[in-house]
Design a protein around this ligand. Structure first.
Ligand code: ATP
Ligand code: MG
Ligand code: MG
Length: 143
């Protein structure tokens, strides 16, 4: 049914639930491809009027953390015996996910309902909310 499957992964519990569904979906269709995208956003601080990037040493920690997340998702997917391309891209997560899906011709996006941050009472985090709101292809939101 879905041939080009995109998983948006942030390492959270819900994203790992989403990973399991992504694997099941890949296994439904012979020749289906799985891609994983992880967005990392350089943290910014308020300086006077606007936002400025924070120091390079701290950016490096975020960068390393993102690559660690990518390695982790590769390992988890490999445990299911399937192949996946994993990409780490800088930018605001929802925008990165939507652009990536368009660029790669994905036919479904799989996200967790919530992620690493967020307010517990909300059903959706801001990333999953924005992806559902703006995607032009089906989105599977996994709780
Ligand atoms: P918020 O970020 O709004 O405080 P939250 O962290 O609880 O809330 P989201 O960030 O919306 O919730 O996470 C929902 C899902 O979106 C995650 O399970 C994951 O699938 C995807 N996602 C979130 N952040 C990223 C990211 N940086 N890269 C890739 N996918 C992400
Ligand atoms: Mg989040
Ligand atoms: Mg569940």
């Amino acid at each position: 049914m879905f041939n080009k499957i995109l998983l948006a992964y942030d390492g959270s519990k819900a994203a790992n639930e989403a990973l399991e569904k992504a694997v099941q979906l890949v296994n439904l269709t012979a020749g289906a491809e799985l891609r994983v995208v992880h967005a990392f956003d350089f943290p910014r601080v308020f300086v006077g009027e606007g936002l400025a990037p924070i120091p390079a040493s701290i950016n490096k920690e975020y960068y390393d953390l993102s690559n660690q997340t990518a390695e982790e998702v590769k390992d988890r997917i490999a445990q299911f015996g399937i192949a996946a391309v994993v990409d780490v891209i800088q930018g605001s997560p929802a925008e990165v996910i939507l652009d990536y899906a368009a660029e790669h011709g994905s036919d479904v996006i799989i996200v967790g309902s919530r992620g690493l941050g967020g307010i517990r009472e909300f059903v959706l985090g801001s990333v999953s909310h924005n992806v559902v709101q703006h995607a032009e292809i089906p989105v599977l939101v996994v709780k």
